[in-house]
Design a protein around this ligand. Sequence first.
Ligand SMILES: *Cc1c(COP(=O)(O)O)cnc(C)c1O
Length: 358
Amino acid sequence: MGYFRENIEKAKGYEPGFQPKESNVVKLNTNENPYPPSPKVMKVLSEISPEQLRRYPDPMGSAFRQAAAEVNSVQPDYIMCCNGGDELLKMAFQAFCDENRPVAYPVPTYSLYPVLAKLQNCKAVEIPFDNEFNLPAKLAGTGAALTIVCNPNAPTGSFINVDELASLADEASGVLLIDEAYVDFAEKNCTALVKDFDNVIILRSMSKGYSLAGLRFGYAIAKPDLITGLIKVKDSYNVDAVAIAIATAAIRDQDYFRKTVEKVIAERTRLTGQLRNLGFDVPDSSSNFILAECKNSPSRLGLAETGRAAEIYEKLTRRNIFVRYFAYPELKEKLRITIGTPEQNDTLLSALKEILQE
Ligand SMILES: *Cc1c(COP(=O)(O)O)cnc(C)c1O
């Protein structure tokens, strides 16, 4: 064809988790929140006026900026709204990386990072985690223009301590982007680092903790100099008027947010325990999903190269229970399972009990 830049021609593109059309399924494959957004959000949505749609939106989403600043105890000029956290990742690659300015990140991690590196035509320095998913020491010395650490990490659910990331920010020569898409389910976060370090950007998402994956809203927290640079890269109207109104209502309802997150965390503890009882190896998770290793018995379906996890994944799918399976060498014995409602988790657990006895 030859119409595309060579790196685009060669790129594979991101593969999103399967989105089944049917509603009678148990969907535990893309880390959505199982609970609906705050009732206050739905009220704001029902009150959107024609005037809000006729006019262009506020380019900086000031209402949200103000609310997010209060929640995170920073000034509003530390905040930039994004069309989902993913848009911030794309902007960071555009702003900091090119053929001579690599990105670095530990692996396994969010599979969007290598895709964005291909699109931006920059080198990706991938440093493997050890078996306990500790921060690799080598990450500090890569000389990358952009270092990304997903914390809590996906798909492992593991958490790196704030002081370790502070050291990394100190040693890294470029920008350190900490992807906190799942931090709402963790005990700590790295927001305080933006006050101490000129090179730290925190990514937040409204998709998981605030039950708004369909809305597409996220934001950056960083020193105003970094925010000002990122604004040059963003679309003038990257977040729409309806999204600004809804996301603002959601982040202002901290009571509802906390209750929802607590319910997910309680189920995470229960599901982890029950899966361990069934013989799965499940490390503690700081996220709204768990990564379960199917360590017992090899596949009986002759799927030797893909193994037991792939077999269980197939059997769950046939029962309309969707979890996530990654066919990468380091993940191929594992299933990533989003924490659902108690009922959804019970359905999953009884299906697994049956499958393990087959
Ligand atoms: C969900 C997610 C994001 C951001 O998602 P948006 O829906 O675009 O806000 C970023 N990083 C990771 C690791 C995620 O899982």
